[in-house]
Structure formats: structure tokens, C-alpha cells
Design a protein around this ligand. Structure first.
Ligand code: 0GY
Length: 305
């Protein structure tokens, strides 16, 4: 058995989240979440940039039920490198209620891709956030694209707003659907109509098969969660950005909790409050249905409905 020591200052996920006031539509999908370990069973990768607290599949499924969701998309976390065992274990235990996004290295065999597919993996993640991973050569990423293309998978991409200009041409050359994590991490202190966010929207406009997760207000917010005596809802400075994306691209937005919320240093969100954020960015029942049910089902469970 391996003992892991959490990164100093690590914030654990919220043990007792509130029940959301917003009732999610039936069949809602939490389309961005992770499992961590448990490290004793699924050791963290030697090349990891952080060591988290454990966050098991049972705890993820309990949160899903508590928040009123029906399904999960489990995204491989960088602390597990390209060893997808913990994520696959969650998919296999979910009874078909979880799909996965894997991290794979070039040279993965067709048999291995097939195995991932059978377990419920439907995409890979290319992570360009420097504090999380060492940069992968573009040729390696291309090799991965060629391996997964026959399976109809997509590529989830995670980058910081400042890096989009340098990545744009490469990303647009990938002949598979793209899914952008956390709105490309806008600086929400900047103008909603300024060049940085316009460049991001322009990227989404470049192809009809680029999806966007309007997730992680807790990571992007400067205003933060409401004060204990506050009347204001949480993360309100992120709302105009997410709302703009939802309004312009209602058929290709996704939402997820990002539980268990890696690498937050200022505060850990109450997951119930995060769900209450949804109606602020998707204000009508029609938009909520698309964001939480229709869109993720089309991408991850196209055969179900
Ligand atoms: C997220 C965000 C982060 C971390 C990871 O896989 C990861 O380690 O995705 C982050 O630190 O911004 O999407 O969970």
C-alpha cells in the first residue's frame, strides 16, 4: 500500500454540500468531473504536478444522486498521468451511467483504444496548461488523433486564454470534434466585448463541431462565492461570459461540477451552490435542457435518445 501526502495547502472537496435550490431537468449529465484514486488502490502518477486528497467513484456517484443528476462524464485527472485505471474503474462500476475522457500517449495500440471504448471512453484530453503537465510535442498529439479517429471520439482541450492565439491553428487542424474546458479560462476582469473573449468566441465560430464547457465559475471568479450575509449569488462576475456562450451556442455547450475541484487555493465550492449557478447562465427551461441533457447526451450517449 502506498501512502501519499497531499500537496501543502490542498483544499479537500466539500463533504456536506447543500441541496441545490435549482432542480436540474430529468436525465441531467455532470459532464466534467474526476475521480482521484483512492491512492492506495490507484496510485498517483510519478509525473504528477500535485497530490490530491482521495475522491472515489462511490463518493462521486453519491454526489451525483445528491445533486439530482443522472449521469457523469469522468475526465482523466492529470495526477493520474496516462494511467486511466481509476477513471475506467468508475466507468465500469457505473452501470452505463458514466462515460470517460482519457489521457493516452502516442503509440497506444488499437487493442488498447478498443478496450477504452468498450469501457465507455469517448474522447481524449489534450492539456496545454503548463502548471498541470509538461508540454507534449505536437507530433505526439497527432499520433493520438490518428489512433482515436476511427472510434468517433472527440478531443477535449484545456488551455489558458492567453495561449489560444498560439494554439488556434493547430487546434483547428484537428479533424475531430473539439470540446473546450472552462470557456478557455477567460480573465473575467477584462471586458466581455474586448479582444480576448472575442478571440475565444471567434474560435468557437470557426467550426460547428467545437463545443464549450461553461464550467468552473469558482476557478474564474474574482468576486468569488457570496459573503455569508450576502444577498448576491455566487460567482456573479462569470455570469455574463458564460451566458454569452450559452446564448450564441446553445446546442454545443456542456456543464459539469468539476468535482473534486483540483488545485483550488482560495476556497472550495459548495457543489449545491454551483448547481444553483446554472439558471443564471441558462435562464430558460429550454436552454437548461440543452445544456444539461440534450447536448451531453448527443455527445456521450448518442444511442440512448
Ligand atoms: C480541472 C482543472 C484543473 C485540473 C485538472 O486534470 C487536472 O489535474 O483538470 C486545474 O487545475 O485547473 O478541469 O479539473
Amino acid at each position: 500500500m502506498t501512502d501519499f501526502e497531499k500537496t501543502p495547502g490542498w483544499l479537500d472537496w466539500y463533504a456536506d454540500p447543500s441541496r441545490p435550490r435549482f432542480q436540474v431537468p430529468e436525465g441531467a449529465v455532470d459532464a466534467h468531473c474526476h475521480v482521484f484514486g483512492p491512492g492506495a488502490e490507484f496510485p498517483y502518477a510519478p509525473e504528477r504536478k500535485y497530490t490530491p486528497c482521495d475522491a472515489s467513484r462511490e463518493q462521486l456517484f453519491a454526489l451525483r444522486d445528491h445533486l439530482g443528476f443522472a449521469r457523469n462524464v469522468v475526465v482523466q485527472a492529470t495526477c493520474h498521468g496516462a494511467d486511466n485505471s481509476a477513471m475506467l474503474d468508475a466507468l465500469r462500476a457505473s452501470g452505463g451511467l458514466a462515460r470517460g475522457v482519457a489521457t493516452v500517449r502516442p503509440g497506444i495500440s488499437d487493442t488498447q483504444v478498443k478496450e477504452l471504448h468498450e469501457a465507455g471512453v469517448r474522447g481524449v484530453r489534450f492539456n496545454f496548461v503548463k502548471r498541470l503537465v509538461d508540454a507534449a510535442p505536437r507530433q505526439d498529439l497527432w499520433d493520438v488523433v490518428e489512433r482515436i479517429a476511427p472510434y468517433g471520439w472527440h478531443v477535449v482541450v484545456y488551455f489558458e486564454a492567453a495561449d489560444l492565439a498560439g494554439l488556434r491553428d493547430f487546434l483547428l487542424s484537428i479533424p475531430l470534434p473539439l470540446v473546450v474546458d472552462h470557456m478557455g479560462r477567460p480573465d473575467v476582469t477584462k471586458d466581455l466585448h474586448g479582444p480576448e473573449f472575442e478571440a475565444f468566441l471567434d474560435f468557437l465560430r470557426a467550426r460547428p463541431d467545437i463545443w464549450c464547457k461553461v464550467t468552473c465559475p469558482e476557478r474564474l471568479s474574482v468576486s468569488g462565492p457570496p459573503a455569508l450575509d450576502g444577498e448576491q449569488h455566487a460567482y456573479r462576475d462569470v455570469v455574463p461570459f458564460a451566458r454569452r456562450v450559452v446564448q450564441e451556442f446553445p446546442d454545443r455547450v456542456l456543464w459539469g461540477t468539476d468535482w473534486p475541484h483540483p488545485n483550488l487555493t482560495a476556497h472550495m465550492p459548495d457543489d449545491g451552490l454551483l448547481v444553483d449557478f446554472v439558471p443564471h447562465i441558462a435562464p430558460t427551461p429550454e436552454l437548461q435542457e440543452k445544456l444539461l441533457v440534450t447536448n451531453p447526451m448527443r455527445l456521450y450517449w448518442p444511442d440512448v435518445r
